[in-house]
Write a protein that binds this ligand. Structure first.
Ligand code: GDP
Ligand code: MG
Length: 203
């Protein structure tokens, strides 16, 4: 049985959300900036450590806040499917402190607005534009410790431009999702293998 996992990619405008997704799926990058105005869904199939997953990746256009209720999500087309996503990738630009503040706000709202145990949904914070490392606003180690220890989220830095750590971040997120028991309904779970081996292939 192939499992579908929906992943919402959220972040301030221009941080590189669309670039990360396009690099992951198509090995493609554009220097030109085309703002994403409507919600777009990508549906790649991936194999992680021998298990196949159908991903539903939501490229979420700029939203002022995480939808606080199901009706709010329903009214705003940009947010459709965001509340019930199985996992979140929150992207910021390592050179732009405001984009980090935005990610911090969305992370808090996800935890507050998703009810019960679903507030423990896997969240991966991604620092993009690593190639512009010299202009970063905070040392990598400091952000990593803050995000992992205080926020209890995963943390990866990548460069969509140079396709550096892009596959790794999706692999990392799936790894967290599997480890948190996302596949708890399926006894065929091969957690051991998923954590030990290190492969992720886009079909
Ligand atoms: P989005 O609004 O978050 O979807 O951002 P885009 O993916 O459209 O990217 C915004 C701009 O940042 C574009 O001009 C991209 O070429 C550029 N960009 C995206 N990722 C990187 C990166 O890793 N490094 C650099 N230097 N530029 C990037
Ligand atoms: Mg975009």
């Amino acid at each position: 049985m192939v499992e579908t996992l929906s992943i919402a990619v959220i972040g301030a405008p221009g941080v590189g959300k669309t670039s990360i997704i396009r690099q992951f799926i198509y090995n493609d990058f554009s220097e030109a900036y085309t703002p994403t105005r409507t919600r777009y869904v990508f549906r790649p199939s991936v194999i992680l450590n021998g298990n196949m997953y159908e991903l539903k990746i939501l490229d979420v256009p700029p939203i002022s806040s995480f939808p606080a209720s199901a009706s709010q999500e329903w009214l705003d087309l940009r947010c459709r499917g965001v509340r019930n996503a199985n996992a979140y990738i929150l992207v910021y630009d390592i050179c732009c402190v405001e984009s980090f503040e935005y990610v911090k706000m969305i992370k808090q709202q996800i935890v507050e607005n998703r009810e019960g145990s679903s507030s423990e949904v896997p969240i991966l914070v991604v620092g993009n534009k690593r190639d512009l490392q010299r202009q970063r606003f905070m040392p990598r180690r400091a952000v990593s410790v803050l995000v992992k220890k205080t926020w209890k989220c995963g943390y990866v830095e990548c460069s969509a431009k140079f396709n550096w750590h892009v596959v790794l971040l999706f692999k990392e997120l799936l790894g967290i999702a599997v480890a948190r028991g996302m596949r708890q309904n399926h006894t065929s779970i091969r957690l051991q293998g998923a954590l030990q081996r290190n492969r992720c292939t886009v079909m």
